[in-house]
Design a protein. Structure first.
Length: 334
C-alpha cells in the first residue's frame, strides 16, 4: 500500500493537512485490525515487518505534519502570553498601591475588631470569674451554715436520746420496784393463807366426830374466804394496774412530746406486754392457790371418812370445775 492510494479516499478531518491520512484509515482498519502473522516463518515475519513499517511511516508523517502546522500557532500563543504579561505588569503598577491602601485599612479594621472582641472577651471572663467567686463564697457560706445546723441538730438529738434513755431507765426501775412490792404482798398473802389453813386443819382434827358437817361448813367458809381474798387481791391488783396505767400514760405522753412516734409506740407496747404478763402471773398464782387449798380439803375427806358423802362429792365436783376454769383462764391469758 502507498501514500498515493491513501489520498484517493474522499474522507476528511477538521484539520485539512490531516485529510490524506484520515482518508486511508478505513482501508487500513480492514487490512490490519485483528490481523495475525505467522512470525515463526520467514514469509510471515516479512509480512509483519512490512505492515508495521507502513503504519509507522504514516504515524511519523502525521507527527511531522502536526509540528509543522502547529509552529505558527505556538509562536502566536507565545506572543499573546508575552503581551498580556506586559500589560498585566503595567496594570499591577496602578492597582497595587490602591490594593495596599485597601488591605491596610482592612487589616486595621480587623485588628481593631479583634482588639475590641479581645477586650470584651476579657471583660466577660473577668465578670464571669467574679460572679463565680461570689457564687463560690455564697456556696461555702451556705455549706458552713448547713454544717453548723447539722451539728446543732445532732447535739440536740443526742441530748434528747440521753434524756429519753434516763427516763426509760427510771421507768424500768419503778416497774421493777412495783413488781417486787406485788410479789411481797402475794408472798405475805400466801403465808397468811398457809397459816390459816394449818389452823383449820388443827381445828378439823379436833372435830373429827362432826367431820361431815364441819367439813362442808369449813369448805364453804374457806371457799368464800378465798373468793373474798381473791376479790380483794383482784381489787388491789386493779387499783395498782390503774395507778400504773395512769402513770405509764402520763409518762408515755411526756415521752411522746419529746421523742419520735416510734419510741412512744414501743414504750406503750412494752407497758402493755408488762401488764399482760403481770395479769397472767396473778391469775396463775390465784388459780394455783385456790386449787391447792381445795385439793388439800378434798384429800382430807378420805382421812375423815367422808369421801363418799354427797357433800364431799359436790365439793370435789366444784373443785374440778374451779380447776378447769383456772386452766381455761390461764390459756386465755397466754
Amino acid at each position: 500500500m502507498t501514500t498515493e492510494e491513501i489520498t484517493e479516499t474522499p474522507e476528511t478531518t477538521t484539520i485539512a493537512s490531516y485529510n490524506p491520512i484520515e482518508a486511508g484509515l478505513a482501508k487500513l482498519r480492514d487490512r490490519y485490525q485483528g490481523a495475525t502473522y505467522e512470525v515463526t516463518t520467514t514469509g510471515g515475519m516479512q509480512d509483519a515487518v512490512a505492515a508495521r513499517a507502513e503504519l509507522r511511516d504514516l504515524r511519523v508523517k502525521l507527527e511531522a505534519t502536526r509540528k509543522k502546522i502547529k509552529a505558527p500557532a505556538l509562536e502566536r500563543c507565545r506572543l499573546i502570553d508575552s503581551e498580556a504579561k506586559r500589560i498585566t505588569a503595567e496594570l499591577r503598577k496602578l492597582e497595587d498601591p490602591i490594593d495596599e491602601q485597601i488591605k491596610a485599612e482592612q487589616k486595621r479594621k480587623k485588628a481593631a475588631k479583634e482588639e475590641k472582641e479581645r477586650a470584651e472577651r476579657e471583660q466577660r471572663e473577668a465578670e464571669a470569674a467574679a460572679k463565680l467567686a461570689e457564687q463560690k463564697a455564697e456556696l461555702e457560706r451556705q455549706q458552713k451554715l448547713l454544717e453548723e445546723e447539722r451539728k446543732r441538730q445532732a447535739e440536740q438529738l443526742r441530748l434528747e436520746q440521753e434524756k429519753l434513755a434516763a427516763e426509760r431507765a427510771e421507768q424500768e426501775r419503778q416497774q421493777r420496784e412495783e413488781r417486787a412490792r406485788i410479789e411481797r404482798v402475794e408472798a405475805e398473802k400466801r403465808a397468811e393463807f398457809r397459816a390459816e389453813r394449818k389452823r383449820l386443819e388443827q381445828e378439823r382434827a379436833a372435830a373429827e366426830l362432826e367431820a361431815e358437817k364441819r367439813a362442808a361448813e369449813l369448805a364453804e367458809l374457806e371457799r368464800k374466804k378465798i373468793e373474798a381474798e381473791r376479790d380483794e387481791l383482784r381489787a388491789e391488783q386493779e387499783r395498782l394496774d390503774a395507778e400504773r396505767r395512769e402513770r405509764e400514760a402520763a409518762e408515755r405522753k411526756a415521752a411522746e412530746e419529746r421523742a419520735a412516734k416510734e419510741a412512744a409506740e414501743r414504750a406503750e407496747r412494752e407497758a402493755e406486754e408488762q401488764r399482760q404478763r403481770a395479769e397472767a402471773e396473778q391469775k396463775e398464782i390465784e388459780h394455783a392457790t385456790l386449787l391447792g387449798a381445795a385439793l388439800e380439803v378434798c384429800a382430807r375427806f378420805a382421812d375423815w371418812g367422808v369421801a363418799d358423802t354427797l357433800e364431799a362429792r359436790k365439793l370435789a365436783a366444784a373443785v374440778a370445775r374451779e380447776a378447769g376454769a383456772g386452766v381455761e383462764a390461764t390459756k386465755g391469758a397466754a
